[in-house]
Every structure is written in C-alpha cells, then in structure tokens.
Design a protein around this ligand. Structure first.
Ligand code: SF4
Length: 378
C-alpha cells in the first residue's frame, strides 16, 4: 500500500471485519488509547462493522482533553499579563478554564498568538527581546521532542525572555492507572502509533505481562484500526497477552533514539495531574533543573496554584473508558462544541466532540452502511 486511500478501502475493511467476526466467540472490551483513533472509529463507523461482542472503549489519548484545569488557568493568568506574548497551538485556545479561555483573554486585549511549531515561539522571543514569550507545551510523548528542542535552542541562543508552560503526559502510566482502577472494563489495548513512533514499545512489555492484557501498537487509518482489533481479538481468544506491532511501517521497537535522547536531556519524569482523572504518579514530563530558568510556572510564581474541576462534566469517566460521551447528561444540550463544558468536547481529538461531530446517534455512517450492504449482497 502506497497511498492513504488504500488504507480506507471498503472491500479490505469488509474482509478484516469478517475475519474479526469469524474468530470472536466471547465478549471483549478493547480500548483505543488515542483520540485520533477514536475519531477514525466514529467517523468511519468502524465499531458498527464489528460483531456485537466487541466493545470499543475510548481512552485518554487526547492531549488537549487531559491538560488539567489549573494549567489552563495558569495559561490564562500568564497570557493576561501586559508584558507577555503567549504562544500556543490553536486547539488550546478554546479549552475552558475556570474563568474563560485563551480566546476570551485575547478578546480583552492580551497578546495570544497561534503558532504551528514551538520553534516559531523561539523565533518570536528572538524578535521581541523586550517582551516575555511563553509557549504552552502540552501533549503526549509525540510533541515532547519538538518542545524539548525549543527549550534547548532557547538556552543555546541565550534567550532570557523565553519560557514554557509544560503539561506533558505519558501513555504507559495512564494505561497502568486504567488497569488498576476497580471499575476497569478494558481487556486489551490499541496503543497509539505516533507515540510509539517516538518512544518505541519496550515500555509496554511489563504492562502486558503484569496485567495479562494484549497491547497492539496501531495506526490511525480505518484498515490500521481494524487490523489492530483483529490482532488484539486473536490474542484475547487464545489467552495470549503480548505486545504486537500493527504499525510497523512507522514504529520500531526502540522508537526514535535521537528524539528520546533529546527529551531525556531536557525533561525528567514527574507526577502529573490529568483533567477529569486526577494525579497519576510518574505520568508526565517536567523540565530538568538545568533548564529550570525556562519554566514559566516558576518565572510567574504559579507553582502552587490549584483549583477544583466542574462536577457536571464526566469527562474523567469518558477518558477512562467507563462511560461513553452520549451517557453524559449534558451531551449535546448544555455541552456542545460551541459551548463546551469540558475539554473532551473542545479538542479535535476529544471523544465527546467526535460523537457530536459525526452525529452517530442520528445517522449510520456511510462506510458502515456500504459495508453492510456489501455483506448483504455477498
Ligand atoms: S459531553 Fe461535555 S460535559 Fe459531558 S463529559 Fe463530554 S465534555 Fe464533559
């Protein structure tokens, strides 16, 4: 396969779905970790192609969704300062904090700028030596190398006016927390292919062994996901609990070594709070002491700030696969993408936004319908 369309081929999707149907004899709950996978599943109706015994649970892998409320509030406070140019990826601007979002701060006159790379923020700092330039460094292991590079470059260029507000989170501790929870329903995982492209998959081996769960590193296109599910169900049906790599065209066992070395230079592993979930030990990156001068929380005196989350939003349960978005009483009524109550309704990778966007309760998706018709005609 050379082109993206081949990963969306309907006949191949039907064959994979049929293979899953053939081997499934028991009910299984499988979690796709990444929000990008969730969107593919809902958009293409992949779950509607599966036999009724297979339940897909949507996991915590949306970086915007899990950035804790207090980090959003810190961003709002920093961005509102007159000396600050606050740089961020666009999808963070609409995430609600406890008193508005970055768009509303910008509307009141703050200098909030959307950038496409953290290195753009370094450039802004170089061009504005009289201003404080802060970059909102959020994300999973996927975005960490570029953010590490920005801090590294700022230090090399001796930029005293650059800092980062860091909220990096890590996938393996989140999987461990999900599997350790008393209400856990997940029996197998589709691990996020892009995270593993950076980190490899060796750190998943002890998790598969300890919790006796299959973990299949999986891509994002419909055929990737169906193949990942097939590999996972094969393991579950045969009582195996191994780490397998469906996304071999991108992922190697040891990941991207230079990227990991750069991250290890700049970041250290810290306890991190996840929005809607709470603190997970050793689940994030923070700056190493050698780079503490670039820590925006320290620079603006916000290290000890904390805040309670909205009790109406059940995104914590959605992110742990305990509830589906439409089971939230506010879904589609008090909470919509235009007026979100929680971050999972904001992000392009959020499960609530995916359910809302693709109107899955009103319509059967085109792909699923086509596949069904194809199966009936066969
Ligand atoms: S629908 Fe809105 S309120 Fe409900 S869990 Fe999703 S983001 Fe939170």
């Amino acid at each position: 396969m050379k082109y993206v369309d081949e990963y969306r081929n309907q006949e191949s999707a039907q064959r994979l779905a049929e293979a899953i149907r053939r081997i499934t004899t028991k009910p299984w709950s499988i979690m796709e970790v990444c929000g990008g996978q969730t969107h593919s599943i809902v958009k293409y109706g992949i779950d509607e192609l599966l036999p009724p015994q297979i339940t897909l649970l949507h996991g915590p892998g949306c970086p915007v969704c899990v950035t804790p409320l207090e980090l959003i509030d810190k961003a709002l406070q920093i961005a509102a300062r007159p000396e600050v140019i606050f740089c961020s990826f666009g999808d963070m601007l609409r995430v609600p904090g406890s008193g508005g979002d970055l768009f509303s701060v910008k509307a009141k006159g703050a200098d909030v700028r959307i950038v496409y790379s953290p290195l753009d923020a370094v450039k802004v700092a170089r061009e504005n030596p009289q201003r404080e330039v802060v970059f909102f460094a959020v994300g999973f292991e996927t975005t960490a190398p570029a953010n590490a590079m920005a801090v590294f470059q700022a230090q090399a260029q001796k930029l005293p006016n650059f800092s980062v507000l860091v909220s990096h989170v890590l996938v393996p501790p989140a999987i461990e927390a999900i599997l350790s929870a008393p209400d856990n329903r997940t029996q197998g995982f589709l691990a996020a292919g892009h995270v593993c492209t950076v980190m490899g998959f060796e750190e998943y081996l002890p998790l598969a062994k300890k919790f006796r769960v299959p973990i299949v590193v999986t891509g994002f296109e419909p055929l990737d996901i169906l193949q990942g599910i097939l590999m996972c169900v094969e393991q579950l049906e045969h009582g195996r609990a191994e780490v397998e790599n469906q996304y071999a065209r991108s992922v190697q066992r040891e990941g991207n070594r230079p990227a990991r070395e750069l991250m290890a230079k700049v970041f250290r592993v810290v306890h991190r709070k996840w929005r809607g979930v709470g603190e997970i030990p050793q689940s994030g990156f923070g700056l190493r002491e050698a780079f503490a001068a670039f820590d925006a929380e320290k620079r603006f005196g916000l290290v000890d700030y904390s805040v309670e989350e909205d009790s109406e939003c059940i995104s914590g349960q959605v992110l742990r696969g305990v509830k589906k978005p439409h089971e939230c009483p506010a879904f589609g009524t008090r909470c919509t993408p235009e007026r979100p109550l929680g971050a999972t309704m904001v992000s392009s990778e959020g499960a609530c936004a995916a359910y809302y966007l693709y109107r899955r309760h009103a319509e059967t998706s085109r792909v699923a319908e086509g596949a069904r018709q194809g199966a009936e005609n066969a």
